[in-house]
Design a protein around this ligand. Structure first.
Ligand code: MOS
Length: 735
């Protein structure tokens, strides 16, 4: 059965529930006697809340409570490194524009919203430090204590100095790349429905790792982790925004405890822009040196990334890109974090690698131009077979084949090397390419498999399905391991009470779960065999365990008839046989590095009169090991490329001097829509990576977004002769 199911195009098993509205997302939970929350956000970027007039709000119809720093809910800060480093409403400090400063609860959502509109805040304002250049080294030293940039030199391999290496190079490129704030904009806004029963909290809230959210909420609420359960069988997108929980979850839980009634707290789309972490601005400088025939002699990648004073994601764009991608004798990486008074940041859609690859892969294109060399040839000339600075090879690397197959599918050989070499009517047409790379770690993962007497099997794990198709992949993996048809498998996901599955983080859920589900299947089969040989009513009673074989849902031993597991469980009046299986986490195996690879080829059209850039063709070929579900793998890669189109052409949120992020809705923060997306040609190689795991499936999700923005920018250069190093590439920059 293995060959038929794994790798096939399998539709999502939860698709019908989703499209018929039966799937319950967090905010869909409605409980008896529930109160509704609505948060009030700060309108200054830094300072102190002098007073908060809540009298009118408290008198408003339906309002049951108003919490604020003057009337706080009891909350501890989240564990260190889990989002923000302070608890909401505990003190009067305003740390950023758009910070939660009050929570209004009422009998309906509308009453809570109207009550919140009546809250009046008065502040003592300070000037926030919000712009990246102002905090960067070389700028005027920030006056505020603790504002000096943190430096982290991660890696420097090779000879004497980079300067020496560069001066010995025939061609050098030094280029600085900038991009502003970006947002995950998951379709489902952040929402929590919190209900307490007997001192135990159940929180219906979207999470990329429910057990960790439960732990984090327990810390904030000051109770034992075992008393918190986080439930989210359906999640409307994560993209990193649900790796950690934000204040709305803790506030809903604390308010529900205080009021002794269930609380629903749903952030508005606008509130999500600041009450939830975003991707901070970053500036990167890549310096490359090469010989006349394109052999790299030096690679340097420096970055200055926003690190909010309130906590955030330490963006390290070079570590899994420039530090690993190309063979070079000299390599320097310097990744700095710049503390600023801005809303929290968090991991977003290949958090390090998407910005990092934009910088490196654009600089590589610039180097190819200066050498008058084909950019694909330049990549091949510097192909790494071991991690630079080491002799460590990869578990499985077929990037060369990605380049070759991609070039063939795209028709790269027909390319005009010279910019502005092709015009069709109003359109300047250009092509570009870039490499994709993404670390392929394995998280510790567990799953439980249970055989039922009705002939079905349940596979259960805390891992949540962010919309990626994890539920279907888990069912496929169980069906494959148990040699059963999909219709007999029920998959339960997204619940911290289930066995500790892999976090849906770092494109590693499926790759991590595959070995765990195999282990669970083996253990559950052993439990079934044990029932068969020990129960007096079993036809296999008295046999030795190693005499009994499991195949296709049947147990058999020499000289006796095969018996189905449902017949066995019925006959022995056993309701089920189950076991938990686990697989270890690993980021490499000592001898090998783990990464997934790919190559992007892109054609863009830039309007000669308006400067409007349009992506017209895109081919991506990836090497991700074994593919579990062809349908959702394609969706993942298409989604990643679409993120790349957003990154390259549309997505940015300007930071005003006040610390206010200018855009707070999808009319101003632009993401790609259908009309922006051509038919995407997505293809994968078939090289199971059995060093990574015996099953051989590595991660897919974020790979597609790494390098895709660079491929687009490189194609824009080829079309127009204009090199844009400040994202997004908007029409005004091309005129
Ligand atoms: Mo993802 S940015 O690893 O949640």
């Amino acid at each position: 059965m293995s060959g038929e199911l794994i790798g096939s195009e399998t539709a999502r098993i939860d698709g019908p529930a989703k499209v018929t509205g039966q799937a319950q997302y967090s905010a869909d939970h409605t409980l008896a006697n529930m109160a509704y929350g609505y948060v009030v956000l700060s309108t200054i970027g830094r300072g102190t809340l002098r007073e908060l007039d809540t009298a009118a709000a408290r008198r408003a119809p339906g309002v049951v409570a108003v919490y604020s720093p003057f009337d706080p809910l009891r909350l501890n800060p989240p564990p260190q490194g889990f989002g923000e480093n302070f608890a909401a409403l505990q003190d009067r400090r305003v740390r950023y524009h758009g910070q939660i400063i009050a929570l209004v609860l009422a009998d309906s959502f509308e009453q809570a919203r109207d009550g919140a509109a009546l809250v009046v805040a008065r502040y003592d304002s300070d000037t926030p430090n919000v712009s990246l250049p102002a905090g960067m080294p070389g700028a005027n030293p920030p006056t505020r204590q603790g504002a000096s940039p943190a430096r982290s030199t991660v890696l420097a391999a090779g000879v004497d100095s980079l300067k020496t290496a560069l001066s010995a190079s025939t061609a050098t490129v030094e280029a600085t790349f900038t991009q502003g704030a970006q947002h995950h904009v998951a379709m489902e806004p952040h929402a929590t429905v919190a209900v307490w029963r007997d001192g135990r909290l159940t929180a219906y809230t979207g999470s990329q790792m429910p057990p960790v959210h439960a732990m984090s909420l327990a810390v904030q609420l000051g109770i034992e982790p075992a008393r918190v359960r986080v439930v989210c069988p359906y999640v409307g997108g994560g993209f990193g925004s649900r790796v950690v929980s934000w204040s709305e979850a803790a506030l809903a839980a604390a308010a529900a405890r205080e009021l002794d009634r269930p609380v629903k707290l749903v952030l508005t789309r606008e509130q999500v822009f600041t009450a939830v972490g975003h991707r901070g601005a970053i500036t990167q400088t890549v310096t490359l040196g090469a010989s006349a025939d394109g052999v790299l002699n030096a690679v340097s990648h420096e970055s200055d990334a926003v690190m909010p004073a309130v906590g955030g994601w330490p963006m390290l764009p070079a570590q899994d890109v420039s530090a690993v991608l190309y063979k070079t004798p000299n390599l320097a990486v310097d990744q700095r974090l710049v503390p600023l008074d801005v809303p929290p940041t968090w991991a977003m859609r290949a958090p390090n690698e998407a910005p990092g690859a934009f910088a490196l892969e654009t600089a590589m294109d610039e180097l190819a131009v200066s050498l008058d060399m084909d950019p694909l040839q330049l990549r091949l000339r510097n192909y790494a077979t071991a991690v630079p600075g080491t002799t460590r090879p990869w578990s499985s690397k077929h990037l060369r084949e990605c380049y070759e197959v991609g070039a063939e599918r795209f028709g790269w050989s027909k390319r005009r090397a010279r910019p502005r070499g092709r015009t069709e009517g109003q359109w300047l047409v250009g092509t570009g390419m870039a490499t994709a790379i993404y670390p392929a770690g394995r998280h510790p993962a567990g799953a439980r498999i249970r055989f039922h007497d009705d002939g079905t099997v349940t596979v259960a794990t805390s891992t949540s399905d962010l919309g990626t198709g994890a539920t279907t992949a888990v069912a496929m993996l169980a069906a494959d391991a148990l040699q059963l048809p999909m219709r007999r498998i029920k998959a339960e996901l997204g619940d911290s009470a289930l066995p500790n599955g892999a976090p849906a983080v770092g494109s590693a859920a499926t790759g991590s779960l595959a070995p765990a589900i195999r282990a669970a299947a083996q253990a559950a089969i052993q439990a079934l065999v044990n029932t068969a040989i020990t129960h007096p009513d079993s036809p296999l009673h008295g046999r030795q365990a190693d005499e009994v074989l499991y195949r296709n849902g049947y147990l058999r031993a020499d000289g006796s008839d095969a018996i189905s597991f449902s017949a066995l469980l019925t006959l022995t009046r056993t309701s089920g046989a189950e076991a938990v299986g686990n697989a270890e986490g690993r980021t490499g195996d000592g001898e090998h590095a783990f990464h997934s690879f790919g190559a992007h080829f892109c054609e863009v059209r830039v309007n000669r009169f308006t400067g409007e850039p349009r992506v017209s063709r895109f081919t991506t070929v990836v090497d991700v090991g074994r593919v579990v579900n062809a349908k959702t793998t394609r969706s993942q890669l298409v989604g990643g490329i679409i993120f790349g189109i957003g990154h390259a052409l549309l997505e940015t949120n300007p930071m005003e001097a006040s610390g206010r992020l200018a855009a707070g809705n999808l009319g101003e923060y632009l993401v790609p829509v259908n009309a922006d997306i051509p038919d995407l040609d997505v293809h994968w190689l078939d090289h199971p990576d059995t060093v990574y795991s015996p099953f051989g499936a590595r991660g897919v999700g974020e790979l597609g977004t790494v390098g895709s923005a660079a491929a687009i920018g490189n194609a824009v250069y080829n079309a127009t002769g204009i090199r844009i190093r400040d994202l997004p590439i908007t029409l005004d920059k091309l005129l």
